[in-house]
Design a protein around this ligand. Structure first.
Ligand code: PLP
Length: 455
């Protein structure tokens, strides 16, 4: 079937440009066709079953094949399949979702603005912050500070905040004014003998020096994923967030928590801001908000931001920003049902409890000859593979061994993500202890086979 010119493989290669894919390699090896899903598993068109250890793209919290979400979408589509929220129009699901999000997020956050994707949400953040600072008469205060290895999306603005070369190279990014400070990864960037606290002190000092160098009257906001995801699953060192927040507050720099991966239970708390004690001015939510059954993101903003934006819209006549699908009733209805499931099935508590098992099981691999570091919180983890455990030397080229592990894992019915040579785990929040053990065992076998090839 693969060779047939009318096969889905041939037609995919003929007609599709795939995101985040080496197009020439794709022409050679063709696609893997995912056909259906059930719980933590997906099946390809040949009937092979895989544990989806990344929950799609860090996002299918309630698992695949959840009929309640299908029915919620169907009910809403029958009643009102679409309406917009421009010019004073509204619809019930989007209001109910905004109210629910305001009530469940930290108290400072008081309004929700909806977009289709995390990237558009972060673009909206930049525009809202600029609009707000213009309204405050702070017309110079426009720069953002982000971190190396950060991932905040791929549009021109959000892709500027992202700190990963692969998303910027040959796209002429960054385009908006942004500085990237050091990624808070203790294993890679702490100095020999430095404690986590001392490392956090150094990073906070670097942030403050950067703000002072740029001029505090030009720096608008600091954006960070509480626990960095797509850059390699990087939990910050102890005391990092309290120190970063203190620096931002001293210089009237807004704090943006990008919870697109972390939000809705991933770390075993509803939000990572709860876990790390972050009191942000803006919070960005997506992915697990609908378990990605529908595209949706939300920008949560503080009362102060809302007031500034509202005043300015009154003054100049409009808040001239919004998408055709901002407040779309169908994703909103799916999000409401999805949040009901997360609550009814105690999935946040499951992430905490089963997450401990996952972290313990993965840490048992720390002695493996390929493993440099095992890290993570709750149901998100990264296993960094190294050429030399003692020196932490990376493989040459970086990513080659990660790619081998990724392909070999498929043969063991396991879909993971390779970020360079870091293997990421972020399974659906419904995963059980037995399934976690099965997942880690498949990974262990994969690692053993890879080690035999590499050495
Ligand atoms: N922010 C974070 C932290 C993300 O992980 C992602 C996507 O992975 C985004 C933003 C961008 O979201 P989207 O792919 O929906 O544009």
């Amino acid at each position: 079937m693969r060779g047939h010119p009318n096969s889905i493989y041939a037609r995919d290669v003929e007609y599709v440009l795939h995101p985040v894919t080496n197009a020439r390699k794709h022409e050679e090896i063709g696609p893997i066709v995912i056909d259906r899903g059930e719980g933590i598993y997906v099946y390809d068109d040949l009937g092979n079953r895989y544990i989806e250890a990344l929950a799609g793209l860090w996002s299918v919290a309630v698992g695949f094949g959840e009929k309640r979400l299908v029915e919620a979408a169907s009910r809403q589509m029958s009643k009102l399949p679409y309406y917009h929220t421009f010019s004073h129009k509204t619809n019930e699901p989007s209001v109910e979702l905004a109210e629910r999000l305001v009530k469940m997020t930290p108290a400072r956050l008081r309004r929700a603005f909806f977009t289709n994707s995390g990237s558009e949400a972060n673009d909206s953040v930049i525009k809202m912050v600029w609009y707000y600072n213009n309204a405050r008469g702070l017309r110079q205060k426009k720069k953002f500070i982000s971190r190396t290895n950060a991932y905040h999306g791929i549009t021109i603005a959000s892709g500027s905040l992202t700190g990963l070369p692969a998303n910027q190279r040959d796209f002429d990014l960054p385009f908006v004014p942004v500085r990237h400070v050091t990624c808070p990864h203790y294993y890679r960037f702490a100095e020999p003998g430095e404690t986590e606290e001392a490392f956090a002190d150094r990073l906070a000092a670097e942030l403050e020096a950067t703000i002072l160098e740029e001029g505090p009257d030009t720096v608008a906001a600091f954006i960070g994923e509480p626990l960095m995801g797509a850059g390699g699953v990087l939990p910050p060192p102890a005391t990092y967030w309290e120190k970063i927040q203190a620096v931002c507050r001293r210089h009237d720099v807004l704090i943006v928590a990008d919870e697109v991966i972390n939000g809705f239970g991933r770390l075993g708390t509803m939000f990572a801001c709860d876990y790390y004690g972050i009191d942000s001015d803006i919070m960005v939510l997506s992915k697990q908000i609908t378990s990605s059954y529908q595209p949706l993101a939300a920008v949560m903003i503080s009362h102060e931001l809302y007031e500034g934006i509202a005043d300015n819209s009154g003054k100049i006549g409009t808040f001239g920003h919004g998408f055709t699908a901002s407040g779309h009733p169908v994703p909103a209805a799916v999000a409401l049902e999805n949040l009901d499931i997360i609550e009814e099935k105690n999935l946040v508590e499951n992430a905490r409890r089963v997450g401990e098992v996952m972290q313990d099981e993965l840490r048992k691999l720390a002695d493996h000859p390929l493993v440099g570091e095992v890290r993570g919180v709750g149901l998100i983890a990264g296993v960094e593979l190294v050429a030399d455990k003692a020196t932490k030397a990376k493989f040459n080229p970086v990513g080659k061994v990660g790619a081998q592990v990724f392909s070999r894992a498929h043969e063991h019915g396991l879909i993971i993500r390779a970020i360079g040579d870091t293997i990421a785990f972020c399974p659906p929040l419904i995963i059980t202890e037995d399934q976690v053990r099965d997942m880690v065992e498949r990974f262990r076998v994969t690692l053993d086979e890879t080690a035999a090839m590499v050495r």
